[in-house]
Design a protein around this ligand. Structure first.
Ligand SMILES: NC(=O)C1=CN([C@@H]2O[C@H](COP(=O)(O)OP(=O)(O)OC[C@H]3O[C@@H](n4cnc5c(N)ncnc54)[C@H](OP(=O)(O)O)[C@@H]3O)[C@@H](O)[C@H]2O)C=CC1
Ligand SMILES: CC(=O)C(=O)O
Ligand SMILES: [Mg+2]
Length: 529
């Protein structure tokens, strides 16, 4: 009872429980309460020198007492979210091996490829409903972290519990350890992962196929969330598996719904319709391309045909403006490429067309960053944008803080306070919105599970985006509800997503089981049994 984080109550075991379970002597005589336990952990957090140590402390708490960990998180989401999630989880992944203490979740390593089904057979996993899986190759904007990427599935699933009320016994973080191309990690004597360059190509595909087949057989109806896979794999795996089991890619689809929903809230503020926006995306990888495709759908829903919708979007990637004459564009960028003949009349020097040239000529009303390039939204870019637009909408979405395209305080200063700013990680700047997929994935997952959905459709993500955009703001100038409302946000989104699942013909539960009260009743709260 004391050693299992799912049953441990620490000093909160009552006298009667201590009698019944034979716990006398194993605990000090004081009988505490959840509140007194929270107060004790808060004092520890207050006394710690930095957020990385707070992160490590919270990971150990989660591994010793899940109810207390979640009660602490729930009691103060604005303070705890940045500790268990971005930005601190970034350093948590980089230094994962240093703070390794106890196993959590599953490490499915390539050398164990024939044992996947045996590993998943563990009866301790019988209740699993939600899996978040990563292969650690694109961890936030920090690149390949190998086995250390496990910090991300652990963090995302803590948010599934905090925001969507999924019971801790029902979540399973998984790290597919296919090696790492990060030499610093491989050479680190403390590294806990498989010390091998990444497996790629057919061997990688076969390994993931074995993994998905084993998951499908062991956990029918499970929700599988793909997280922080590098660009091509992110797209390939989503397309390969979204029709086979209930799964989605959070970086492509969750981020798209988050950015779209927040943009819908922004244009309600500015009064300028979506169809009038000129949108520049900086970084056309998984997140950027996903956002672009959802915006195309939203523009079509707002009345444009597809060609006209695509004309509202310009993508800029590593080689500059994405143009159709660039050889070997990946399919998701080819769909966004502009015709070079459109550049007639542009003011620019010969050569690569970078972000500044694009902004000067397009005069965007919306600028979204998903590049992982710190400081890419520099003063000349932002001043050029502000010169052509009354209320610029600027979302530097890259995480963690060290990879953000701009500091929000600079964006406000360079635009004379006129910009509507949203960042991926919290910066603590008044009026700035946190535009992070935590606003979407817990609600999408909860709604899909409540509906007994067999697939997560694009329509379900659009329903999530529209709901997010309609929820109102924190009353402080920002665009979305406050972090304290994330649980209510997840419920509202879940109801909309479940209803859309019924409309899309992928729900197996009857519509009357999907009312808000019925879904809310399924949401677990961290209190002792
Ligand atoms: N706020 C949120 O909710 C979310 C934020 N993100 C953040 O977005 C960022 C990107 O994630 P994701 O899309 O999955 O990663 P990807 O690696 O798939 O995409 C990044 C893209 O940016 C391009 N890029 C790299 N350097 C430059 C440059 N100097 N100029 C222009 N483009 C460049 C990359 O090109 P190349 O492939 O050639 O390197 C790639 O196409 C990360 O920092 C992540 O944390 C992601 C999901 C959610
Ligand atoms: C938030 C998130 O999913 C990311 O930065 O990858
Ligand atoms: Mg991610």
């Amino acid at each position: 009872m004391l050693a299992d984080p799912l049953t441990n109550k620490g000093t909160a075991f009552t006298a009667a429980e201590r009698d019944a379970l034979g716990l006398h002597g194993l605990l000090p005589p004081h009988v505490g309460t959840l509140d007194s336990q929270i107060a004790r952990r808060r004092r520890v957090l207050d006394g710690m020198a930095d957020d990385f140590h707070r992160y490590a402390f919270l990971r150990e708490l989660q591994d010793s007492n899940e109810v207390l960990f979640h009660a602490l998180v729930q009691a103060d989401l604005p303070r705890l979210l940045p500790l268990v999630y971005t930005p601190t989880v970034g350093e948590g992944c980089e230094r994962f091996s240093e703070i390794w203490r106890r196993p959590r979740g599953l490490f499915l390593s390539y050398p164990n490829r024939t044992r996947i089904a045996d590993i998943l057979a563990d009866p301790a996993l019988d209740r699993v409903k939600v899996i978040v899986v990563s292969d650690g190759e694109r961890i936030l904007g920090l690149g390949d972290q190998g086995a250390g990427g496990m910090g991300i599935p652990i963090g995302k699933l803590a948010l599934y519990t905090a925001c969507a009320g999924i019971h801790p016994a029902e979540v399973l973080p998984i790290l597919l350890d296919v090696g790492t191309d990060n030499a610093a990690r491989r050479d680190d004597p403390l590294y806990v992962g498989w010390r091998n360059p990444r497996i790629r190509g057919a061997e990688y595909d076969a390994f993931v196929e074995d993994f998905v087949a084993a998951v499908h057989a062991r956990f029918p109806g499970v929700l599988l969330q793909w997280e922080d896979f590098a660009g091509k794999n992110a797209y390939d795996l989503l397309e390969r598996y979204r029709g086979r089991l209930l799964s989605f890619n959070d970086d492509i689809q969750g981020t798209a719904a988050t950015a779209t929903g927040t943009l819908l809230a922004a244009i309600r503020r500015t009064g300028q319709p979506l169809t009038d926006q000129r949108i520049v995306l900086f970084g056309a990888g998984a997140a950027g391309s996903g956002i672009a495709e959802m915006l195309v759908r939203a523009l079509i829903a707002a009345g444009l045909d597809e060609a006209a919708a695509r004309q509202r979007i310009w993508a800029v990637d590593r080689d500059g403006l994405v143009l159709s004459d660039i050889p070997r564009l990946p399919p998701q960028q080819a769909a966004l490429a502009r015709d070079p003949t459109e550049l007639a009349g542009w003011t620019m020097a010969p050569g690569r067309i970078g972000l500044l040239e694009t902004v000067v000529n397009v005069r965007p009303t919306v600028l979204i960053g998903a590049s992982g390039q710190m400081g890419a939204f520099g003063e000349p870019v932002i001043r050029a944008m502000a010169a052509g637009c009354e209320r610029p909408v600027i979302f530097p979405l890259s995480n963690p803080i060290s990879r953000a395209e701009a500091h929000p305080a600079d964006l406000l200063a360079w635009t004379g306070g006129r910009a509507l700013v949203g960042t991926g990680s919290p910066f603590g700047v008044a009026g700035v919105t946190q535009v992070n997929n935590v606003y979407i994935f817990p609600g999408v997952g909860l709604g899909a599970l409540a509906a007994g959905a067999t697939a997560v459709t694009d329509g379900m993500f659009m329903a999530a985006a529209e709901t997010l955009g309609s929820l109102g703001d924190a009353g402080d100038g920002s665009l979305l509800p406050p972090i304290t409302a994330l649980r209510a946000v997840a419920l509202r989104i879940a109801v909309a997503v479940a209803a859309q699942a019924v409309r899309d013909g992928v729900a197996t539960m009857p519509a009357d089981a999907l009312a808000a009260e019925r879904i809310a009743a399924q949401m677990w709260l961290p209190v002792y049994d």
